[in-house]
Design a protein around this ligand. Structure first.
Ligand code: HEM
Length: 70
């Protein structure tokens, strides 16, 4: 269980960097005006969705542990 939570934390950490890269790349693509189509603005949504799910898991971790300890 500890290994799972550590893996999820590492995943969250590295996807956050991937998310930043997609935001910067999307911003540059729009600023330069080379965006082939409008849906490029949705690119960061995939890593953001993964951040949301792993982030909610990380948020719930301390409360799950407390309940089991009682
Ligand atoms: C989208 C919804 C998100 C949720 C619900 C969420 C939730 C969380 C939670 C609960 C933690 C653990 C905090 C703790 O130590 O107790 C965490 C850690 C962290 N979050 Fe998020 N997060 C989200 C998005 C993001 C985004 C957008 C970024 C940055 C681009 C980010 C970067 C990080 C980093 C770097 C950590 C520390 C990871 C580590 O301990 O190594 N998160 N997040």
């Amino acid at each position: 269980m500890v290994r799972t939570s550590r893996a999820v934390r590492q995943t969250h950490r590295w996807i956050s960097m991937l998310f930043v890269v997609t935001v910067v790349a999307t911003t540059i693509a729009l600023a330069v005006g080379s965006a082939a189509s409008v849906w490029i603005v949705y690119t960061p949504l995939l890593p953001l969705a993964l951040l949301l799910t792993t982030g909610l898991y990380l948020f719930a971790l301390p409360y799950r542990g407390r309940r089991r300890a009682q």
